[in-house]
Design a protein around this ligand. Structure first.
Ligand SMILES: Cc1cc2nc3c(=O)[nH]c(=O)nc-3n(C[C@H](O)[C@H](O)[C@H](O)COP(=O)(O)O)c2cc1C
Length: 304
């Protein structure tokens, strides 16, 4: 998730199991042109594994150049292509969800990637443009034929953005139509959701998005539920949040970390009594020590 699944977030998620994680969406064009900030985003580490770097873009040759860089770094376990992002800034460049309307362009990208690198290539996409244009089955087959190793279906149309319900029947239909792994995405917020989605769709995995915001333990909770074991007791919430802050400081530097931390702290505090007052306090603090003091006071004694 852009603006969320940076290296510190992934490290916190790793505290809760060794599930497959994805980088933030990385602009293939910036990576191919050695843009420093983009390189940092794509620089995953061995501690990250298993991890995928997700690329977004339009031109096959640019994807290929970016993928070669990812492969040279020797770390990512595979490369995921974003064909589902509905944000106008991305769509108007013909990238993200715009590609699901242009199957030929999408196919050329996957073929170029498969030819350029030996890392597996996966594709994440949506049901289609809108309810009258759901091409996900044909699209999925075409991506498979172009060489994709696995597909993730975010079971909403591009028009739906992030609202409405994900269509589990669609995931099931896609799974039944293909012989490569299909991952179901959309609305998995609890371990029960994960179990239900896998059962109802027959998918090979579930991808969790918003359900992990401020709740990185969702991964181990889901794993335990799927294995039929009891979820491990989590560390106190304060321990998790302070560790996240420490990792943010190490990655972004003390000053920037305070600002990056605000959204995570908002997610961690949501649903907790006094959360609104805590968020307005933290949003007014720019000093790292003062922020940690406020965090200690708010999260002390709280458990998940
Ligand atoms: C803040 C935010 C950023 C996101 N960034 C990305 C992204 O970079 N790449 C991507 O494939 N999906 C991105 N998504 C979409 C999610 O990965 C996921 O497909 C969507 O939220 C539906 O799953 P959920 O219901 O589990 O959240 C983003 C979603 C949110 C809320």
């Amino acid at each position: 998730m852009a603006g969320v699944t940076d290296a510190p977030f992934r490290a916190v998620a790793r505290m809760f199991g060794n599930e497959l994680l994805f980088s933030e969406m990385v602009l293939a064009d910036s990576l191919a042109r050695n843009h420093k900030r983009t390189e940092k985003m794509a620089r995953v580490s061995t501690a990250d594994s298993p991890v995928a770097v997700q690329l977004v873009g339009r031109k096959p040759e640019v994807f290929a150049a970016a993928a070669e860089k990812v492969e040279e770094s020797g770390i990512a376990d595979f490369i995921d292509v974003n064909m589902g992002c509905p944000v106008p800034k991305i769509v108007k460049t013909g990238a993200g969800a715009a590609l699901s309307d242009d199957e030929e362009a999408a196919e050329r990208i996957v073929k170029a990637l498969v030819a350029a690198v030996s890392l597996p290539i996966t594709v994440k996409f949506r049901l289609g443009r809108d309810s009258a244009h759901k091409n996900f089955i044909d699209f999925g087959k075409r991506m498979r034929d172009a060489g994709a190793s696995a597909l993730t279906l975010h079971a909403r149309t591009r028009e739906m953005m992030y609202s409405g319900r994900a269509d589990l029947d669609a995931v099931r239909l896609l799974k039944e139509s293909l012989d490569i792994p299909v991952i179901a995405n959309g609305d998995v917020r609890t371990p029960e959701d994960a179990a239900r989605v896998l059962k109802e769709t027959g998918a090979d995995g579930v991808m969790i998005g918003r359900g992990a915001l401020g709740r990185p333990w969702i991964f181990s909770d889901c794993t335990a539920r799927l294995k039929g074991t009891v979820a491990e007791k989590h560390p106190p919430l304060l321990t998790i949040v302070l560790e996240h802050l420490r990792l943010l400081e190490a990655y972004y530097g003390r000053q920037k970390a305070v600002f990056v931390a605000r959204k995570h702290l908002a997610w961690y505090s949501s649903g907790i009594e006094g959360g609104a007052a805590f968020r307005s306090r933290i949003n007014g603090i720019s000093d790292s020590e003062k922020a940690k003091e406020a965090v200690r006071r708010f999260f002390e004694g709280k458990f998940v």
